[in-house]
Write a protein that binds this ligand. Structure first.
Ligand code: ZN
Length: 196
């Protein structure tokens, strides 16, 4: 069967298409990148998004999020991110929903639910014990973002007593460095301590 192609249209393989779109948006995010209009970038990405595979969507989303992060706070000598509000809206609209999980998310020690939990790292998922801030680090003050200043390091970290944020996906946990941003936000938004 022959598919008619309109004049000026070209045909690319799905893989190449994803790469082209990714390259185009990476270029558009660079300071002094090619001059596309805001409307064109916005409309085209939303139109193409469902046709992109998951890997490609993640790459583009990551590039946009990094560009927004680098833009904050504005630095002298640095070109501000153009169309920033549009990029932020794209992230909000197109980013996948938080990963579903089946783990019972409660502290193994005091059974509290709906608070941030930490897990040991380098432990098989089956043996992981989840702990809340109160049980894991009694007497320490962990802030509402799940960070505290470890005196032995002297800087703010979300690692607590050798444990890392427990961010579930399916029946296991994301590796510390590979958590998608929407899942990090879910964890950060959980209260650190149960309101009494
Ligand atoms: Zn607890």
């Amino acid at each position: 069967m022959i598919k008619m192609i309109k004049k000026g249209e070209i045909v690319v393989k799905a893989d190449d298409f994803g790469m082209l779109v990714e390259e185009l948006y990476r270029a558009a995010l660079r300071p002094k990148g090619p001059r596309y209009t805001q409307e064109w970038l916005d409309t085209k990405l939303r139109e193409w998004w469902p046709k992109l595979d998951e890997y490609c969507q993640r790459q583009i989303m990551c590039a946009i999020e990094v560009a927004i992060l680098l833009d904050e706070p504005p630095r002298s000598g640095r070109e501000p991110l153009e169309y920033r509000t549009m990029w932020e809206k794209i992230v909000k609209d197109l980013r996948p929903a938080r990963s579903p999980f089946t783990i019972k998310y409660c502290c193994d020690q005091c059974k509290v639910e709906d608070v941030k939990l930490w897990r040991q790292s380098n432990t098989f998922a089956d043996y992981i014990k989840l702990q809340c801030a109160s049980c894991l680090a009694p007497g320490e003050v962990v802030n509402e973002k799940g960070k505290f200043t470890d005196p032995s390091y002297g800087y703010e970290t979300d690692q607590l007593k050798g444990c890392v944020p427990a961010i579930p996906v399916g029946d296991t946990y994301w590796g510390y460095t590979s958590v998608p941003s929407q899942d990090v936000e879910w964890w950060v938004a959980l209260p650190t301590y149960k309101k009494s």
